[in-house]
Unconditional design. Sequence first.
Length: 111
Amino acid sequence: MSIKICFQLEADGANIEVNADPGELLTQVASRAGVTIQQTCGGSPSCADCTIKVLEGADNAFEDMEFDEKALLGNVYFITKERLACQAKVKSSSKIFVPDPKKIHKSLKRK
């Protein structure tokens, strides 16, 4: 079974679909597809700039969050469907909303 990740880009409304491998980080998949996901910390995780929203496949698209990601985003994924792209390891197909990296998104960013 082939894993497909569809990136819905806020910047221009484009939808870009790419194949992914199990265990691959979402930032790696995005980079290969030419999709820009804002990052400051280089995947440490400490900045939460790479926050994306899972539009489809939220229940099983990625491996479970680890402590550092939960500390930044909170334990409310079941409500927000937000993940850190630098921490989200692919398990199955999904559709991802990618915020415009040139904008500040109060609804997706933590203070």
